[in-house]
Design a protein around this ligand. Structure first.
Ligand SMILES: [Fe+2]
Ligand SMILES: [Fe+2]
Length: 299
């Protein structure tokens, strides 16, 4: 971990890991008979542990399972919880359109199963994470009911110490994938009225299966791609083409005055450059001017 500030920004106060669309199936079955959903998620969790980073939360923005099967929930829960325990992170599960509220509650949250929306608030060291259920039972599009909007307005009526992050499945941003517009979050204007001017500093979403960013009611929106399969935006325009490649997760760094969202590809890649920790120690020992000479000046 760095001990000296080398630039203008103090280190992030928190790191949130943003994972989406794991789409697990019962008994470890492959999605579409060929996508190994467990392999990429396990690899992503292993990569996180190798970094030595200490995330305060792991937020999974929905479509945790593909069909709401209880044993699929238990499998993904166990894998994520084991990693989260080792990392010291709180797990925030968010409902998606492929999820089933009752099994989501009983298996992931270990609560009694009900069909009510799964809306939750977490206090992560002063940072408020709000999990909002945008699912509509029986459908794949998203919506936020009037009661949920009233609940959210009430939560937001008092600001949190470090502000809020809103986590939901259906992101309130446009998509160039024509068909996905049918499955968008409905009544976005009504949600915008609730979140505009609040202490929400970022909105985390999923559902699209590709990483993207946008703005909603003046709030930055970041969508994490899926860990299962991704949408190929370079495929012919009128098709919706899922591919077994390009899976990633996002690292969300929460700074005093900004929140950044960084995409981390899942996989083992051969390093082609880098610096060892001795070099970093030396840089930290130098003055700012010496560092500029030693590391910034072109040779
Ligand atoms: Fe999905
Ligand atoms: Fe989805």
């Amino acid at each position: 971990m760095p001990t000296v500030q080398l630039g203008q920004h103090a280190a992030a106060s928190q790191l949130i890991v943003h994972i989406s669309d794991t789409h697990y199936l019962s008994e470890g079955r492959a999605l579409y008979d060929r996508v190994d959903t467990d392999r990429t998620l396990q690899r992503a969790l292993a990569q996180l542990e190798l970094t030595g980073l200490q995330p305060s939360a792991i937020v999974l923005t929905g479509d945790i399972t593909d069909r709401g099967e209880p044993d699929a929930y238990r499998r993904v829960r166990d894998q994520v919880e084991i990693a989260a325990d080792r990392l010291g992170a709180t797990v925030v599960w968010v409902m998606g359109n492929h999820d089933e509220r009752s099994a989501f509650r009983t298996e992931l949250l270990r609560e009694a199963g009900t069909a009510e929306p799964v809306d939750r608030v977490f206090d992560i060291g002063g940072l408020r994470i709000i999990a909002l259920d945008t699912s509509v039972p029986g459908f794949h599009h998203g919506d936020v009911s009037e009661q949920q909007r009233a609940w959210l307005a009430d939560v937001l009526s008092s600001p949190a110490e470090l502000g809020s992050i809103l986590a939901l499945h259906h992101p309130p941003v446009p998509t160039p994938l024509h068909l996905m517009n049918i499955l968008e979050l409905r009544e976005q204007d009504s949600l915008a009225e609730v979140v505009a001017g609040s202490d929400i500093r970022a909105i985390l979403g999923g559902h699209l299966h590709y990483a993207t960013t946008g703005m909603f009611a003046g709030i930055p929106v970041s969508v994490a791609a899926a860990t299962c399969y991704t949408m190929d935006l370079s495929a012919p325009e009128r098709e919706l083409t899922g591919v077994d490649g390009g899976q990633s997760i996002n690292l969300v760094n929460v700074y005093a005055d900004q929140v950044t969202h960084s995409v981390v590809p899942i996989g083992a890649f051969k390093p082609v450059s880098g610096f060892n920790s001795d070099f970093l120690d030396r840089m930290e020992e130098l003055s700012a001017d010496e560092r500029t000479e030693a590391f910034s000046r072109q040779v």
